[in-house]
Each structure stands twice: as structure tokens, then as C-alpha cells.
Design a protein around this ligand. Structure first.
Ligand SMILES: NC(=O)c1ccc[n+]([C@@H]2O[C@H](COP(=O)([O-])OP(=O)(O)OC[C@H]3O[C@@H](n4cnc5c(N)ncnc54)[C@H](OP(=O)(O)O)[C@@H]3O)[C@@H](O)[C@H]2O)c1
Length: 329
């Protein structure tokens, strides 16, 4: 196929990183065994960092942006995938070491792709995307470590963001009492519509500085890091679990060992490098028992490739609410 197609490609000219729409052919893309016609992608915080150069995400230039994609297999050099199959890729180093999902076609190796469960169409898969996959891994890890609804409320920080919104939805749908911590008090109704039973304004928080504060939370999913994560360690109940997903506020964590020793609190890491077995299991669970119940409310915007470049600034300013899906095909 030598036809031209549209792509949002990120360049580094001198020391300035910027992205633009271009026409490419398949031969311009990172090689791979499977050619996918991309139907949808999405915008994550990391995409905004990558496209603007605000964070060092790309390890070579130029690359097509977009850490997520979902679409249909066009050709396949491997028996694992067949033309016509619906697939998705998240956490596959797209827009880091290889071309990503902001293009009408992608070439990927079989190990980077997941066949979509029948219950998930490509748009729903991208409404979930990296954000929802990370939220599901966080819930999976909390529960593997014994977390149950009867242990008390789960705090979700960075609540209006992609990971936060999906974490609230998945937890509430699963029967947890969910407390949303947000910097956007005006989004209270949105967070309650996803299932949050309480919304706390982050600016009104008294973080305290004692090694242990009054224990209030059964557990937490944290997207912020820094002082808020430290506060979570001090305020989680005995045997509670905190999943550390993000660093939207800070990569630092200053706390003491007291929550771990005196309350047996666990701090659990989350990343996207889960291996093929767990990756398939998480996608399957996202279509069944971890299926978000409010995806329509969480997708606050659908944009075209042409509209995409104007969308990144809002992510860097923490101004966005919910998820943006990018319609590609
Ligand atoms: N570990 C992993 O595998 C993994 C996977 C996906 C994402 N992440 C990370 O998880 C975090 C959330 O990702 P996302 O895609 O959900 O991002 P997002 O959609 O941009 O949401 C981030 C949210 O965090 C809050 N926030 C942002 N900047 C802040 C600041 N300076 N101080 C305090 N709060 C701030 C805001 O929510 P409120 O206004 O509601 O507080 C914002 O909406 C990011 O750090 C991302 O890199 C990690």
C-alpha cells in the first residue's frame, strides 16, 4: 500500500519539540508484523507531554504521537492476528520508541496488540485507553492485596482526570464507597454522576504533618504523588492499600515508615508493563467485572485529527475533565 494517509507527527527541530499534521505512507512508519487501520485513539496526560515537549517522552524523532490506538487489522504477517480483527494497543511504547496512534494506519508487532473482547468496540476501548487500563490495574492490585468494599471508602485523587474518572467509575460500579479528591470543586456533579459519594476540594485539605493522622480511608488510588500521597499514607486505615499511579503534582514522596509498620498499610505500584497474560486478563475484565458503567459521561469530548493539536494545552494546565477520544478513521 503506497497510499498517503494523515498523521500527527512529533518533531524536534533544534531543541524545540512540536507536532504537526502530515501525509505519510506505510513505509514511513516503524516496521511491524501487523498493519492496523486506526479507528480511534485518545488523549492522555502523557500524550500532552509528548506532543509539546513538556516532558521527555519520545526517545527518537520524528514519531507519530498517540500512546493508544484501536482499530482493525488490515494485513498480518503472523498467525496471531487475521485481517478484519478488532484490536487495541496501550502501554506498548507507542509515541516513545515507535510510531503511535494519531495516524490512519499503524504497524505493530503481534506482542503489542490485544484482540478486543466482543463486548468492547474500538471507541469504548479508547474511551478507556491507557487511563482506564491503569485504573483497572490499580483496582486489580488493591483487590489482590485484600481490599474489599467493607474495609471503608477509597479515595481517588486527580479525580476529574482520565485515570481518576475511570477509577471512580470502576470502583463505584463494584460496590465501593468512593471519595473523590479534586482541584475542581465545580466538577462535583460530574464526579457524583460517576459514583463518588463524597467530593473533597483539594485546596481545602489540611494535610497535617504527624507520622500518623486520624485513619479515615480503606484505601486509595493516587494520581498526584508528593504531599497528597504522603497524606494518604498517614490517613489510611490498618491493612489498607494505596495504589500509586501518577505524579501529576510531584514525583516526590516524603513520609515515614510508621504507616507501614504501625498500620500495615501497603503502597502498591502500578504501571503498564504487565506482561501478555495479565494484559489479556485486564482487557477481559474491562469488558466484564471491571467494565466502567459511565463511559458516556466520562467521554467529555470527541475530536478529529485536525482538532487534536489544540487540545494538549488543557492537559498541561490540569483544566480537562474526563476523557477525550480522537476519531481517526
Ligand atoms: N503508572 C502508569 O502506568 C500510568 C498510566 C496512566 C497515567 N499515569 C499517570 O497518572 C497521572 C494521571 O494521568 P491522566 O491521564 O489521568 O491525566 P489527566 O487526565 O491530565 O488528569 C490528571 C488530573 O490530576 C490533577 N492534577 C493535575 N495537575 C495537578 C497538580 N499540579 N497538582 C494537583 N493535581 C493535579 C487534575 O485533577 P483534579 O483537578 O480533579 O484534581 C487533573 O485533571 C499522570 O501523572 C500520568 O502520567 C500513570
Amino acid at each position: 500500500m503506497s497510499e498517503l494517509f494523515r498523521a500527527f507527527r512529533i518533531h524536534r527541530d533544534d531543541k524545540t519539540v512540536s507536532g504537526r499534521l502530515e501525509s505519510l505512507t506505510l513505509a514511513d512508519l516503524t516496521p511491524g508484523e501487523v498493519v492496523v487501520r486506526v479507528e480511534y485513539s485518545s488523549i492522555n496526560y502523557k500524550d500532552a507531554l509528548a506532543a509539546t515537549g513538556a516532558g521527555r517522552i519520545l526517545r527518537s524523532f520524528p514519531l507519530v504521537g498517540g500512546i493508544d490506538l484501536a482499530g482493525e487489522v488490515v494485513t498480518s504477517d503472523t498467525a496471531s492476528f487475521a485481517p478484519g480483527q478488532k484490536v487495541a494497543a496501550v502501554g506498548a511504547e507507542l509515541s516513545e520508541t515507535r510510531d503511535g496512534g494519531y495516524a490512519e494506519f499503524a504497524r505493530l508487532d503481534a506482542g503489542m496488540l490485544e484482540p478486543l473482547p466482543n463486548a468492547l468496540d474500538t471507541r469504548s476501548a479508547m474511551a478507556i485507553g491507557t487511563a482506564g487500563f491503569a485504573a483497572a490495574v490499580a483496582v486489580h492490585r488493591l483487590e489482590l492485596n485484600g481490599q474489599r468494599p467493607e474495609h471503608g471508602p477509597i479515595v481517588v485523587t486527580g479525580a476529574t482526570g482520565g485515570v481518576g474518572s475511570l477509577a471512580i467509575d470502576i470502583l463505584a460500579t463494584r460496590g465501593y464507597e468512593v471519595v473523590a479528591l479534586t482541584g475542581k470543586s465545580e466538577s462535583k456533579a460530574y464526579l457524583e454522576s460517576l459514583g463518588a459519594s463524597e467530593v473533597i476540594d483539594r485546596t481545602s485539605l489540611t494535610l497535617g504533618d504527624r507520622p500518623l493522622e486520624s485513619a479515615r480511608w480503606g484505601g486509595a488510588i493516587d494520581n498526584l504523588g508528593g504531599d497528597v500521597l504522603a497524606w494518604l499514607t498517614r490517613t489510611t486505615k490498618p491493612w489498607g492499600n494505596i495504589a500509586s499511579v501518577g505524579l501529576a503534582a510531584s514525583p516526590k514522596l516524603e513520609t515515614t515508615v510508621m504507616p507501614f509498620i504501625l498500620r500495615a498499610v501497603s503502597l502498591l505500584g502500578v504501571n503498564m508493563e504487565v506482561g501478555p497474560k495479565l494484559r489479556a486478563e485486564i482487557w477481559q475484565r474491562l469488558a466484564t467485572d471491571l467494565k466502567p458503567g459511565h463511559l458516556d459521561a466520562i467521554v467529555t469530548r470527541e475530536v478529529s485529527l485536525e482538532e487534536l493539536p489544540a487540545c494538549f494545552a488543557g492537559y498541561l494546565d490540569a483544566a480537562e475533565v474526563g476523557r477525550t477520544v480522537v476519531k481517526i478513521g
